[in-house]
Design a protein around this ligand. Structure first.
Ligand SMILES: Cc1cc2nc3c(=O)[nH]c(=O)nc-3n(C[C@H](O)[C@H](O)[C@H](O)COP(=O)(O)OP(=O)(O)OC[C@H]3O[C@@H](n4cnc5c(N)ncnc54)[C@H](O)[C@@H]3O)c2cc1C
Length: 459
């Protein structure tokens, strides 16, 4: 089994292509974008598509898709991070939370249309999202989440509960009591999406420099070891890596997520499991897992390993501790006992960006020329597309409904100083694990989990 090396998605396409030339010397652009993940690439793509006369230059410290965009679980989710109250609180001054929800649902189709226009398949399949409840407390939680979603404007067409039988018609997970289904989620091969996007941006005329780590972002200027770039706008699209930039240590915390992928499963095992609808799949634990059936017939499953490394370290190419791999493998085998005999092919990790209040923010300050988007937690694949369209409208000062949505202009509180932050995040996940363990022998959702949700602000 391979470990790290940027993960299976990159390996499955033969690894990153030869690097694009770095920035050298002093240059100018209308817009400089820092970070070549989905956020940076979508922003570049929309800006250039909307105004082809713009000079848009993207600087990436390693290769495009080096970060979470090349390592994620491939859920193109119409749902997003942050409790409704966070956005509803801002809704008086902006378009409402409900409008944001609908725009995110529509974003899944925006990505589908983009891929179709590019003639890039990227293994995209809109089969929806299944949550399975693996014990009674999880079944309570699923029911409550469906009820709450309905009280915030969704209906049965957006999210509905499934009883055990309805669930088993879709897929067989051992111990599953019930579940829920939403059609607003698709599966994708994350790196194929990165490659389609980088190709599209470049063919529109976006300049991409790789191996160009930005050491400092200032008003209208960024600096790399080999050069500097002046621009009217500087877009920060560095998500889980933001804390390494001067002055931004406490803005977004890099929280780790880890994945494993099996070898392709034989046909008889797939017959036993079902999963013909290719829905993305998660459980309803507090430390939840997320999975997809890949286009070549594997199961890729992820979850939280080591939650956070001291001083916001980001873990390079994704090395993953043996105990994290074992824990994910145990989860996989518990859910799908038939997979026990199938070898694992690859394990890797990456970092996602988490704001202190778990919410997404998008903004632009015309005074300094600084713009930013991020804080998607584990739901950034589709969210980065919407954020990119918002940034495009903000930077081009276009009248738009998107810039009235409640992500825009939000200023989240900063994280605590170390070592408090380290203790807080790792302590939180240790307690969530304890809550999950208690729920395995209980009939009601853990009160500890509820208290942790409130204290952390996660829900
Ligand atoms: C293991 C894992 C599984 C996930 N699963 C899902 C999922 O299934 N669905 C979902 O919606 N979300 C998922 N996420 C989250 C999602 O992948 C991210 O939210 C999304 O990719 C963020 O995109 P981004 O462009 O903002 O950040 P990134 O993809 O992290 O890109 C940031 C880029 O900036 C570059 N960079 C950083 N600092 C600098 C600098 N100083 N100078 C130049 N370049 C710099 C980095 O090298 C990186 O390429 C997952 C994340 C992980 C780690």
């Amino acid at each position: 089994m391979r470990v790290g090396e940027l993960g299976f998605w990159w390996r499955s396409v033969g690894g990153p292509p030869p690097p694009r030339a770095p920035l050298e010397g002093n240059a100018e652009a209308d817009v400089a974008i820092v970070g070549g993940g989905y956020t940076g690439l979508w922003t570049a793509y929309y800006l250039k598509r909307t105004d082809p006369s713009l000079q848009v230059t993207l600087l990436e410290s390693e290769c495009v898709g080096f970060g979470a965009s090349g390592r994620n679980g491939g859920w193109v989710s119409g749902f997003f991070s942050g409790p409704p109250r966070l956005y509803a609180a801002r809704a008086a001054a902006t378009a409402g939370y409900e409008a944001l929800r609908r725009e995110m649902f529509a974003t899944v189709d925006v990505i589908a249309r983009f891929l179709a226009e590019q003639g890039a398949d990227a293994d995209f399949h809109k089969g929806g999202h299944l949550t399975v409840a693996l014990n009674e407390p999880q079944a309570h939680r699923v029911r409550r989440e469906v009820r709450e979603a309905h009280s915030h404007g969704l209906d049965e067409r957006d999210l509905r509960e499934l009883d055990g039988e309805a669930l088993a018609q879709r897929l067989r997970v051992r111990g599953a009591r019930s579940g829920s289904f939403s059609p607003h989620v698709a599966r994708v091969h994350p790196v194929k999406l990165v490659l389609a996007l980088a190709g599209a941006a470049q063919s529109l005329g976006v300049t991409i420099h790789e191996c160009s780590p930005v050491r400092e972002i200032g008003a209208h200027q960024v600096r790399t070891p080999a050069g500097s770039l002046r621009a009217r706008w500087i877009v920060r699209a560095t998500e889980g890596y933001t804390a390494a930039l001067p002055g931004l240590r406490r803005l977004l915390t890099p929280v780790n997520s880890s994945m494993i992928v099996t070898e392709p499963l034989p046909r008889d095992i797939w017959r036993e499991i079902g999963w013909e609808g290719l829905e993305v799949l998660g459980d309803a634990a507090s430390v939840y897992c997320y999975a997809q059936r890949t286009a070549d017939g594997r199961i890729a499953i992820g979850g939280r390993g080591v939650p956070y490394r001291f001083a916001s370290r980001t873990g390079g190419a994704g090395d993953t501790p043996a105990r994290t791999i074992t824990a994910l493998q145990r989860k996989l085998r518990a859910m799908f006992p038939a997979v026990a005999a199938v070898a694992l092919d690859h394990a890797w990790s990456g970092v996602l960006g988490v704001a202190r209040d778990w919410g997404v923010s998008v903004g632009a300050d015309p005074g300094t020329g600084l713009a930013w988007a991020g804080g998607y937690v584990g739901e950034g694949v589709a969210a980065a597309n919407l954020a990119g369209r918002m940034l495009c409208d903000l930077l081009l000062d276009r009248p738009s409904e998107l810039v009235r949505l409640p992500w825009v202009g939000r200023v989240p509180a900063r994280w605590e100083f170390e070592p408090l932050r380290w203790a807080e995040i790792n302590g939180l996940y240790a307690l969530y694990r304890r809550a999950d363990a208690r729920e395995r022998h209980s009939t009601k959702p853990s009160r500890l989990a509820g208290a942790l949700d409130r204290v952390s602000g996660r829900r």
